[in-house]
Design a protein around this ligand. Structure first.
Ligand code: SR1
Length: 347
């Protein structure tokens, strides 16, 4: 063999071996997962923030365990770009697309194009209203209900409140239904200010709005901020205004950074209700894989959230999401959409 050919082969051989190892498939899995290398796209609308990064990491871990070739399209809160990315995924010849958030009105026709080509679709937190598309959610009604029960436990049912909300995002809209019902049932709860912003700078923009709202309404003692970026913004504002000791913030979501903000001395962020977003990402990929394998997937897939209080986190000395996962089984794994052939030891 000529020297050049030998050198070229020796350089390529490890790559070929790596590819073989990567595309080895999953033992005992049905086609096409027995061969591996199934292409799946994850198309997100929001990619900034702890929740969405952890969701993506969980999706990647589950994809790796299933020997899926996962193509990630990061969102930039740009509806037109998300449509374009779905078309790109279709052109790549993916077998399934997971759509993570987005605006339903701008997705319907491109999602239909995917379905028409036999591509399986899974929706997380975006209502695509199609019986062929399983919907993944974190049981948002229960999430808001648990948070508001904790509000009443700690503040009674007569107080002035601030509320952080942006309409048009399915999980926030569902949580809002519970907030509306809560106010109807508790006439002593007065919503004095409502604000919110979802962007690539959600926390800091919300902080600016919160500062104005809290300065104008010094009698607000409770803030319902059911998204961790919102809660982080309100906490920032309360600290800047020097009123952290007069305010209690209740939120959704959790991350290692959130745990640190909740448990630090004097923090006004007293409770959150959350799932492990990495587990939700893994569940979304499993829903896609099961459909590709031709197996049954329920239309509504829920990952149940858990109430985490400042007091409880401090008492258990939990400082990271990994420590939380060791203490609370629901943060480690979900039994939603599993199968014997799907590896579930991810984290
Ligand atoms: C802008 S929507 C933000 C929410 O999406 C996910 O459901 C997270 O729980 C987050 O609160």
């Amino acid at each position: 063999m000529r020297l050049f050919t030998r050198l070229a082969l020796s350089a390529v051989a490890p790559l070929l071996l790596a590819q073989t190892a990567l595309a080895a498939g999953v033992n005992g899995a049905p086609a096409p997962f027995d061969k591996g290398g199934v292409k799946v796209a994850l198309v997100s609308y929001i990619s900034a923030g702890d929740f969405f990064q952890a969701y993506q990491a969980g999706a990647e871990a589950q994809a790796k365990a299933l020997d899926i070739d996962l193509r990630v399209f990061p969102g930039r809160q740009d509806a037109a770009a998300q449509r374009e990315q779905i078309l790109q995924a279709i052109n790549l010849g993916v077998s399934a697309i997971v759509i993570d958030h987005g605006l339903p009105e701008s997705l319907g026709d491109v999602v239909q194009q995917a379905l028409d080509k036999g591509i399986k679709v899974v929706a997380f937190d975006v209502n695509l209203n199609n019986p062929k598309i399983p919907q993944v959610e974190q049981s948002d009604h229960e999430l808001a209900d648990l948070a508001l029960k904790q509000v009443v436990k700690e503040n009674g049912n007569s107080f002035k409140a601030g509320y952080v909300y942006v309409a048009g995002f399915a999980p926030l809209d569902r949580r809002n239904e519970v907030w509306d019902a809560f106010k109807k049932q508790n006439a002593g709860v007065v919503e004095k200010a409502r604000f919110g912003n979802v962007s690539d700078t959600t926390a800091t923009s919300t902080a600016d709005q919160a500062k104005a709202a809290l300065a104008a309404n010094p009698d607000i003692s409770v803030i319902f901020a059911p998204y961790d970026e919102f809660a982080r913004g309100v906490k920032l504002a309360a600290t800047d205004l020097g009123i952290a000791n007069k305010l209690k913030i209740y939120s959704a979501d959790v991350s290692t950074a959130d745990i640190q903000e909740i448990t630090e001395p004097g923090s006004p962020w007293v409770a959150t209700v959350a799932t492990n977003p990495a587990v939700v990402g893994a569940v979304s990929i499993r829903a896609a894989a099961l459909q590709v394998a031709g197996q049954e997937v329920p239309h509504q897939i829920t990952v149940k959230p858990t109430l985490l209080t400042q007091e409880g986190l401090r008492a258990a000395n939990v400082q990271t999401i990994e420590e939380l996962a060791k203490k609370v089984p629901a943060f480690n794994a979900s039994d939603a959409v599993t199968a014997s052939w799907i590896p579930d030891k991810l984290f």
